[in-house]
Design a protein. Structure first.
Length: 66
């Protein structure tokens, strides 16, 4: 199952890496990718949306379900 989040505040490759790493730390995440140009992050796995949003917010970025 996949989840897409709208993530704002990413401005560089490093930001994408931070968001991906934060998402991959959530239980149930198999893979995560972030795209600053699209303002999105896509997650594969069975982690809940609220858990994913919290991980992104703790990493310092705004997020909401896409």
């Amino acid at each position: 199952m996949g989840t897409t989040l709208r993530v704002t505040g990413m401005t560089c490759d490093g930001c994408e890496d931070i968001v991906e790493t934060a998402l991959e730390m959530a239980d149930g995440v198999e893979n995560a990718s972030a795209d600053r140009e699209a303002n999105e992050a896509t997650v594969e796995g069975d982690a809940g949306t609220e858990t994913l949003l919290e991980k992104v917010r703790l990493a310092g970025y705004d997020a909401e379900p896409a």
